[in-house]
Ligand binder design. Structure first.
Ligand SMILES: *[C@@H]1O[C@H](CO)[C@@H](O)[C@H](O)[C@H]1NC(C)=O
Ligand SMILES: *[C@@H]1O[C@H](CO)[C@@H](O)[C@H](O)[C@H]1NC(C)=O
Ligand SMILES: *[C@@H]1O[C@H](CO)[C@@H](O)[C@H](O)[C@H]1NC(C)=O
Length: 237
C-alpha cells in the first residue's frame, strides 16, 4: 500500500507518518494565530510566501488528510488498522476490533479536530479504515468522506462541523454505501449538490453520491491509464 497525493479539489493534503508524534504546521493567515515559535520559521515573509510556524508538537495522530471546516477548525484523519495512536477515544470507548489487523483492543482515536483558537486537539470517532480514502465538503458545510482500505472500502462518513463550544463527531452511515470498493478515488461536488466519485485503485467507473438510483458508469479512460506508475489514482477532475 502506498500513500498518494489526494486530489487538489478536495482540499486535502497528504501528511507524513514518519514521526510518532505528529506536528501540525498551519500556514498562518491571520495575525491572531501568530505565536513565537523559536527557530521554526521555514519560509520568508519578505518573498510574499507567508511563514510556517509550529503550533502544536503533538496532534495525537499523524494526519493523512486534513481539511479546514467553515468554523476554522481542522479535521485530521489517519486510518484504522494502524495500531496505537497518541490519543484515546473519549469516555473510555473502544472500537469493536474483531476485524482490526493490528490491535485486539483499539481504544485509540484515528481522527482528531484541531482548534486554532484553543490550540488543542480533541479525539473524533472513526471506526472504519480511511486509508487512501477521499472526501469533499458539500453545500451545508459537512465533510463527506468515502472509501478507504479493508472494512472501510465502501463506507460513507459524514462530519458536520460545529463551533468550538459544541461537540460534533463523525457519523459513519449505516444506510448509504458506495456501490464499488474505492480507494485513491477523486470526489468532486456537482452543481446539483451531489458528488461524482471518479475511479480509484482498480476502479474503472464513476458513481454518484447520493446515487439517486444511478448505477456505476464505466469510464474506459481509467482502464487505459491503469499503468505501473498508478497514473490513474486520485485522478485530477
Ligand atoms: C519568524 O518570522 C517572523 C516574520 O519574519 C519574525 O518576526 C520572527 O522573529 C521569526 N521567528 C523566528 C524564530 O525566526
Ligand atoms: C502520548 O505520548 C506521551 C509522550 O510520549 C505519553 O506520555 C502519553 O502516554 C501518550 N498518550 C497516549 C494516549 O498514547
Ligand atoms: C463486533 O463485530 C462483529 C463483526 O462485525 C459482530 O459480529 C459483533 O456483534 C460486534 N460486537 C459488538 C459488541 O458490537
Amino acid at each position: 500500500m502506498r500513500r498518494r497525493r489526494p486530489p487538489t479539489v478536495s482540499k486535502f493534503f497528504v501528511g507524513s507518518k514518519l514521526a510518532l508524534t505528529a506536528i501540525i504546521l498551519v500556514l498562518l493567515q491571520t495575525s491572531i494565530l501568530l505565536k513565537q515559535a523559536e527557530g521554526q520559521n521555514v519560509s520568508n515573509i519578505a518573498t510574499g510566501g507567508g511563514i510556517w510556524e509550529l503550533l502544536l508538537t503533538n496532534a495525537g495522530i499523524p494526519s493523512m488528510h486534513s481539511a479546514v471546516t467553515r468554523y476554522g477548525s481542522v479535521v485530521l484523519l489517519d486510518h484504522t488498522n494502524v495500531g496505537a495512536e497518541n490519543i484515546t477515544l473519549p469516555g473510555g470507548k473502544c472500537r469493536n476490533t474483531t476485524y482490526d489487523l493490528v490491535l485486539k483492543d483499539d481504544c485509540y482515536a484515528h481522527s482528531v479536530l484541531y482548534s486554532p483558537t484553543t490550540n488543542t486537539v480533541r479525539p473524533l470517532t472513526i471506526l472504519t479504515d480511511t486509508w487512501c480514502s477521499a472526501g469533499q465538503f458539500v453545500s451545508d458545510g459537512s465533510l463527506v468522506q468515502t472509501g478507504g482500505g479493508y472494512e472501510g472500502q465502501q463506507k460513507v462518513r459524514i462530519f458536520k462541523p460545529c463551533s468550538t463550544n459544541q461537540v460534533c463527531d463523525w457519523v459513519e452511515s449505516t444506510t448509504q454505501t458506495l456501490q464499488f470498493p474505492r480507494w485513491y478515488t477523486t470526489n468532486q461536488l456537482l452543481p446539483d449538490g451531489r458528488q461524482i466519485l471518479v475511479g480509484g485503485k482498480a476502479a474503472f467507473t464513476v458513481e454518484f453520491l447520493p446515487s439517486n438510483s444511478e448505477g456505476l458508469v464505466k469510464l474506459p479512460f481509467l482502464q487505459q491509464t491503469n499503468d505501473f506508475e498508478d497514473d490513474n489514482w486520485y485522478p485530477f477532475v
